[in-house]
Design a protein around this ligand. Structure first.
Ligand code: FAD
Length: 382
């Protein structure tokens, strides 16, 4: 019986947590291994479009997220200096009617906590950093940095941009530093009351080579968040983020609109992250190993769809395992790749170009996608 297979998910980020939750729900014997000793509420927000909310519906989190998140009426794009509107993309009720679910923005930590909470806590292992994986042909042996090891029939690499499973499949290769960094800060809405300015629920301020995306991360609109894209030729810090400062922000956004200046003035702490990418991978799976999310298609975050792609991947992978039976895992993995490669690669490309919603355009191909309704393409048709 296929559900007798043991499936290991490496990484309990947003993609791994989605995979674990959906596999456990479908009755697969699933274990999730995470290198971090625990998770903390890092200062960051995330957009969840209707395409992701349909997966959240399946996981059973849609209502709680709807209650928790901010529901912007639009995605506005504005000229960073003059404030002129470049686009007004309707979300809110329009999104619910047209795309079949809400468009929300939430605190990343709150979302992650909810998702991790849906996992079987007895089969979620923290402090387990995979360092070596040995696919012996009839099983996979996983070795962890604490000296322990475990076995599984199938291993899903949801272990992010520096994936150990990707390295096993394709060899050691650092991701590409894009030449852009992202600053991230959360601001208390209380502080913004001092300004006679309109702080919109979801707005991206643009100029030639940089931008600032701003939105609320809680439904009560108490926490406002910005995330930038700013050119920086090299990343020499060797860490996944460093502290930035108000002074650095002022310099980067000199001449920007008074609303942006107000946000910078209200900033207490701000961090800076290198934006990393990879070109589309030639291999997503081999024998008993398969990749999802940033492990196989890391991208610049400029469409706010990186985690969305990881979560869609998880849903499609489980759908394909169900479709052909987990015993036929190699067939399932190829069916999964066939149905994800084109979309994930397109989102990677548009994110790289940073053109998404800068001007009025129809976002239906992203937001209207339903991973459960999409007709499955067969590998031989490609
Ligand atoms: P990750 O979130 O990186 O999770 C990987 C997990 O695996 C981690 O928990 C890690 O600790 C663990 N791990 C790694 N190696 C090992 C190992 N060897 N053994 C065990 N565990 C391991 N996406 C959106 O959809 N919307 C947004 O608004 C958005 N904004 C973003 C803003 C910024 C500035 C950035 C940088 C990204 C943004 N993204 C956004 C993209 C999103 O964060 C990623 O695409 C998403 O987190 C990928 O999920 P993942 O589960 O594949 O990888």
């Amino acid at each position: 019986m296929s559900n007798a297979l043991t499936i290991a998910v490496i990484g309990a980020g947003l993609g791994g947590a989605a995979a674990g939750a959906l596999l456990q729900q479908a009755g697969y014997s699933t274990k999730v291994y995470e290198q971090a000793p625990s998770f903390t509420r890092l200062g960051a927000g995330i957009h969840l479009g209707p395409n992701v909310m349909k997966v959240m519906r399946q996981i059973g989190l849609e209502e709680r997220l709807d209650a928790m998140g901010s529901h912007p009426s639009h995605w506005f794009s504005r000229d960073g200096k003059s404030g002129e509107y470049l686009s007004r993309i309707p979300l809110g009720d329009f999104a619910r009617q047209e795309y079949g679910a809400s468009y929300i923005t939430v605190h990343r930590g709150d979302l992650h906590e909810l998702m991790v909470g849906t996992l079987d806590q007895e089969r979620l292992y923290f402090g387990k950093q995979l360092v070596e994986v040995d696919d012996t042909g009839d099983k996979v042996v996983m070795h962890f940095s604490d000296g322990s090891s475990d076995e599984a029939d199938i291993v899903i690499g949801a272990d992010g941009v520096n994936s150990c499973i990707r390295e096993k499949l394709l060899g050691s290769e650092a991701p590409i530093y894009s030449g852009w960094v992202a600053h991230r800060a959360i601001i208390s809405a209380e502080k913004l009351k001092a300004y006679d300015l309109d702080f919109e629920a979801c707005v991206k301020w643009w100029s030639e080579d940089r931008h600032m995306m701003v939105y609320f991360v809680t439904g009560d609109e108490q926490e406002y968040y910005y995330v930038t894209g700013v050119p920086e030729p090299e990343w020499r810090h060797g860490t996944s983020f460093v502290d930035s400062s108000r002074e650095e922000m002022r310099k980067a956004f000199e001449g920007y609109h008074p609303t942006v200046q107000a946000l910078i003035d209200c900033t207490e702490t701000v961090t800076k992250w290198p934006l990393l990418e990879r070109n589309p991978l030639p291999l997503w799976h081999d024998n008993r190993l398969v990749l999802l999310g940033d492990a196989c298609h890391p991208m610049k975050p400029h469409m706010a769809q990186g985690a969305a792609m990881a979560i869609e991947d998880a849903a499609m992978l489980v759908r394909c395992l169900d479709e052909v039976g987990a015993d036929n895992y190699q067939e399932a993995f190829e069916l999964y790749r066939t149905n994800r490669f084109e979309r994930a690669s397109r989102v990677q490309k548009v994110s790289h170009d940073n053109t998404w919603l800068r001007h009025d355009e129809d976002p239906a191909w992203v937001f209207g996608y339903d991973v459960y309704q999409e007709p499955l393409k067969q590998p031989q048709d490609m």
